[in-house]
Design a protein around this ligand. Structure first.
Ligand code: 4AD
Ligand code: MG
Length: 459
C-alpha cells in the first residue's frame, strides 16, 4: 500500500514502515550513504530517503537520478539532518522508470524555459505549488457557492451568439475548408454546416446563465472560455476559465457585495489551506505575497464611479502612455494607478460609458452610462467584470438596434424579458487572473497547465 508523502508528514508516526512512490528530485551522497529527495506531488515537501549504499546493487543505484520514478519501502525515522522532521531508511527500492538526460535539473530554470517544456514543468516545485493552489481554488469556488444555495449550471461551449459583442470568437465548423459550400452570393453557406448555422466557441456563459438565474434564482458557471483576441500580454489567454455567478433580484450593490465577499473568501481559503505552497512561492518569487493576500482579505474595497476615476486620473499629473479622457476604455496603466498608487487597495469602478460596455448592461437614467462594475486588483488590473442587467425588453431591444446587432440569434435571450422579467445581476471572474493574484506569478501562462496563446498550442 502506497502512502502519500503529504499524509506521512501530517500524521505518520516514526517507527512505522511505509511505502512511497514518486519521482526523484535530487540524489546526493558519498560511497557509503546516499540521500534521495522523492516527491510524489501531494505536497511541496519531498521525503528524504536514506540509502545504505552497501545494501543495494551498484547498478540499481546508478539508475536512480533526477526524474526517475520509483517505489521505496522502509522505516520512517526522525531525521538526523536539518531541513526535515522525518526521513525514510530505505530497505527496498524498485525503479519503475529511469530518466536519462532528464531536462529538468536541480534548479535555476527560468519560467520562460519551463514554458517550452510545459509537459514536464508540473514536476518542478514551482508548478507543483501553482497547480495545487489552482485545484484548491477551484474546490473553494464550488464550496462557496454550494454553501450559499447557488446552482452550478453547465452552459454550452459551442454557441451561435457573441455574448460580449466583441467579435473575438473562434469558429467551430466541420465544413471542408478547401471547398466550402457557397450560396448564391458566393458566401460560405453555413446552413450546410454541422449545426445548420455558423457557430463559435463561447466567450462567456452569461446569456445562458441569465436564463438559469431567472428560473433557479442563483446560479454560477465555471468553465472554459475562448477569446481570439490577438493580445500577447501577461494577462490574456485565448483559452481561460471563468466563473460567472448570476443572481435574480440582485441590484448592482448586491452584486458588488457578493463579488467582494467571494474574492476575500477565496484568498482566505488559500491562506488557510495552501500555507506550504504559498510559503514556497513567497520565498522564491514574491516576498510580499502573503502580506498582500492578508491585507486584501481584510480591507474594504474602494467603490467609485468611472467618472470619479477619470477625474482622479486626470488630476494625477501622470504621463500615461494612453491619454485620459471621459469615454476611454481604461488601460492597465490607468487601472493600476488607481489601485496601486492612489488608493493602495482593490477598487470597484461602476457606471461606465455605455459605448465601451456590452449591450446587456442596465442603462442609467443619464443616458450615457450603464450599471457596470469592474473589480480592479493590485498587480492584475481587472479581475472581475460584471453588471446589473437591463431587464426591460424595450430598452434592451433599443440598445441592440442602436449597436447594429441583429436580435435574430438572441430571441431566446430576449424571452427572459418577455416572460417574468426581474431585476438581476452577475459578474465574471477570470480564474487565471485570480490565480495570478493568489500565487504572485506575473505571467498568466504560468498559472494554467497548458496555456493557449497566439502561436502556442503545442502541448
Ligand atoms: O469582463 P469580461 O469580458 O466579462 C464577461 O465576459 C461577462 N459576460 C461576465 C459576466 O458578467 N458574467 O470578462 C470577465 C473576466 C475579466 O474580468 C477577466 O478577469 C477575465 O474574465 N478575462 C480573461 N482572462 C484571461 N484571458 C482573457 N483573454 C480574458 N478576458 C477576460
Ligand atoms: Mg471586462
Amino acid at each position: 500500500m502506497r502512502t502519500k508523502i503529504a499524509d506521512i508528514l501530517k500524521n505518520t508516526a516514526t517507527g512505522t514502515e511505509v511505502t512511497v512512490k514518486g519521482w526523484v528530485r535530487t540524489k546526493r551522497g558519498n560511497k557509503n550513504i546516499a540521500f534521495i529527495a522523492l516527491n510524489d506531488g501531494s505536497t511541496i515537501h519531498s521525503l528524504q530517503l536514506v540509502v545504505d549504499v552497501a545494501a543495494f546493487a551498484e547498478e540499481q543505484l546508478k539508475r536512480i537520478a533526477t526524474g526517475a520514478c520509483l517505489r521505496a519501502t522502509g522505516l520512517l525515522v526522525a531525521s538526523q539532518g536539518g531541513g526535515q522532521a522525518v526521513e525514510m531508511q530505505a530497505r527496498e527500492i524498485e525503479i519503475y522508470g529511469a530518466a536519462d538526460d532528464f531536462p529538468l535539473q536541480k534548479k535555476g530554470h527560468t519560467l520562460e524555459f519551463l514554458r517550452e517544456i510545459a509537459h514536464l514543468r508540473p514536476r518542478t516545485n514551482t508548478f507543483g505549488a501553482v497547480l495545487r493552489i489552482r485545484h484548491a481554488m477551484a474546490y473553494a469556488i464550488h464550496h462557496y457557492f454550494n454553501e450559499r444555495g447557488f446552482i452550478y449550471l453547465h452552459t454550452p461551449l459551442i454557441t451561435a451568439s457573441d455574448a460580449e459583442g466583441a467579435g473575438a470568437m473562434f469558429r467551430v465548423t466541420t465544413l471542408d475548408m478547401q471547398n466550402p459550400p457557397r450560396n448564391d452570393r458566393q458566401e460560405i453557406d453555413f446552413t450546410k454546416d454541422f449545426f445548420g448555422r455558423a457557430t463559435c466557441l463561447t466567450v462567456s456563459g452569461q446569456l445562458e446563465g441569465e436564463l438559469g438565474a431567472m428560473a433557479l434564482g442563483d446560479i454560477y458557471t465555471f468553465g472554459p472560455t475562448f477569446r481570439a483576441e490577438n493580445s500577447n500580454t501577461p494577462r490574456h489567454l485565448a483559452e481561460f476559465w471563468m466563473i460567472e455567478p448570476e443572481m435574480a433580484f440582485y441590484d448592482i450593490t448586491d452584486n458588488m457585495n457578493l463579488a467582494e465577499d467571494f474574492i476575500k473568501y477565496l484568498i482566505g481559503y488559500a491562506l488557510e489551506h495552501c500555507t506550504d505552497d504559498l510559503r514556497f512561492l513567497s520565498q522564491h518569487y514574491d516576498k510580499e505575497l502573503i502580506d498582500r493576500l492578508e491585507s486584501v482579505a481584510q480591507t474594504d474595497f474602494v467603490r467609485l464611479t468611472y467618472t470619479e476615476g477619470i477625474d482622479i486620473l486626470r488630476q494625477s499629473g501622470q504621463p500615461f502612455e494612453f491619454p485620459v479622457a471621459w469615454g476611454i476604455d481604461l488601460q492597465s496603466e490607468h487601472e493600476r494607478y488607481l489601485v496601486e498608487r492612489h488608493f493602495q487597495k482593490p477598487v470597484i469602478l461602476t457606471d461606465y460609458p455605455k459605448e465601451i460596455k456590452a449591450f446587456y448592461m442596465k442603462q442609467n437614467a443619464d443616458g450615457r452610462t450603464v450599471r457596470a462594475m469592474d473589480v480592479l486588483f493590485p498587480k492584475i488590473g481587472e479581475i472581475i467584470g460584471g453588471s446589473q442587467r437591463e431587464e426591460n425588453l424595450e430598452k434592451l431591444r433599443a440598445r441592440i438596434a442602436e449597436l447594429g446587432m441583429s436580435d435574430e440569434n438572441l430571441w431566446w435571450y430576449l424571452d427572459t424579458r418577455r416572460f417574468g422579467t426581474a431585476e438581476h445581476s452577475g459578474f465574471g471572474m477570470g480564474f487565471e487572473r485570480l490565480l495570478l493574484f493568489v500565487t504572485g506569478m506575473v505571467n498568466i501562462r504560468d498559472v494554467i497547465p497548458f496555456p493557449r496563446t497566439p502561436n502556442n498550442a503545442e502541448f
